[in-house]
Design a binder for this molecule. Structure first.
Ligand SMILES: Nc1ncnc2c1ncn2[C@@H]1O[C@H](COP(=O)(O)OP(=O)(O)OP(=O)(O)O)[C@@H](O)[C@H]1O
Length: 306
């Protein structure tokens, strides 16, 4: 089942089109990446999903039902612009936000204390938000997002402001929530984390969907017939026979490792056989483009066509 269905959504601000006939489906239990350059329209879509604004046209369904204000209680939203009440105490703040999502005071308190313990923030429970470091405040914001065990988590740049250790902890917690059944919509510019955690993605550029699908399939679709080879011999001389079979990428061989592109019609087996006859082949792997490369290629091509 699709947990989110966005159908043909258009959103206009003062003559500027922020979303132009955007359609996407997020399957229940998926980790889904919403990607795009600055100003592409990601936050505009996220705000519609949270019922903060409405689309000018198009439809949005959540768990098979048209999105209404009351359905928003199933969502936990971590906005990019974080906002906590500085003068409020940590525990009170989390309980307050849990209650806004329909929790009883007791349930909100139990859940908040459990999460504070997980993030080693128990001793800060009765301290004011303004006394926390930025990283701690980010954790409290994350706890406020998940305190009501939402079925859908919408995370806008969740790792911004976190050091590498805390980033890993947050990633672990997000993946735990995913394992427990939550659907996760994740907006980020960090393409390495997209490769690591996302099943499917939508890339929006200039308000339009320009790329959509499974991360693994997209990387296959964009591949350029490149391979890395690693031989035991220290270097390959330019006149060696390997060069008559393949064209070598412009950058020279670094030590005994090279990136090669097979000429059309040359099979991987032919190359590997030849390499094996002449060298001690330690590795030969297909080099798939990274999501970062795909992002840049897609977005710059799109901008060129404007
Ligand atoms: N409330 C608003 N009023 C007027 N224009 C808006 C409003 N919200 C967004 N926009 C415009 O809509 C476009 C899309 O903005 P949006 O915030 O959705 O982009 P984004 O993809 O989230 O960007 P970023 O990665 O920089 O956060 C931008 O040109 C922005 O200026």
């Amino acid at each position: 089942m699709n947990f989110i269905e966005v159908k043909d959504v258009v959103k206009q601000y003062d003559g500027h089109r922020a979303l132009d006939h955007v359609t996407l489906d997020v399957g229940e239990g998926q980790v889904y990446g919403l990607l795009g350059p600055n100003g592409a329209g990601k936050t505009s879509l996220i705000r519609i999903l949270n019922h903060i604004t409405r689309p000018d046209s198009g439809e949005v369904y959540l768990a098979g039902k048209p999105l209404t204000a009351s359905e928003v209680r199933h969502i936990g939203y971590l906005p990019e612009e974080r906002g906590l009440y500085k003068k409020m105490k940590v525990l009170d703040q989390i309980v307050y936000l849990g209650r806004l999502k329909g929790m009883s005071k007791n349930d909100a308190r139990t859940s908040a204390l459990r999460w504070l313990e997980r993030f080693e923030l128990t001793e800060w429970s009765n301290r004011k938000i303004e006394t926390l470091s930025k990283g701690m405040a980010q954790k409290v914001q994350f706890i406020s997002t998940v305190v009501h065990s939402p079925r859908l988590l919408i995370l806008d740049e969740p790792f911004s402001g976190f050091d590498p250790v805390n980033t890993e902890q947050l990633k672990r917690e997000i993946l735990n929530l995913h394992r427990d059944g939550a659907t996760i919509l994740f907006s980020t510019h960090n393409m390495a984390s997209v490769e690591e955690v996302c099943d499917d993605i939508t890339l929006i550029n200039n308000a339009k969907v320009v790329l959509q699908g499974n991360v693994h399939e997209i990387r296959q679709q964009f591949k350029k017939n490149l391979f890395t080879l690693h031989i035991a011999e220290p270097v390959l001389a330019p006149n060696e026979s390997l060069y008559s079979l393949e064209s070598i990428e412009k950058h020279p061989m670094s030590g005994s490792v090279a990136v090669i592109r097979l000429k059309p019609g040359v099979t991987m087996r032919e190359v590997v056989d030849q390499l094996n006859r002449e060298y001690t082949l330690l590795g030969f792997d297909e080099l798939l483009p990274t999501m970062n490369e795909i992002f840049i290629e897609t977005v710059t091509q799109g901008d060129g066509q404007k």
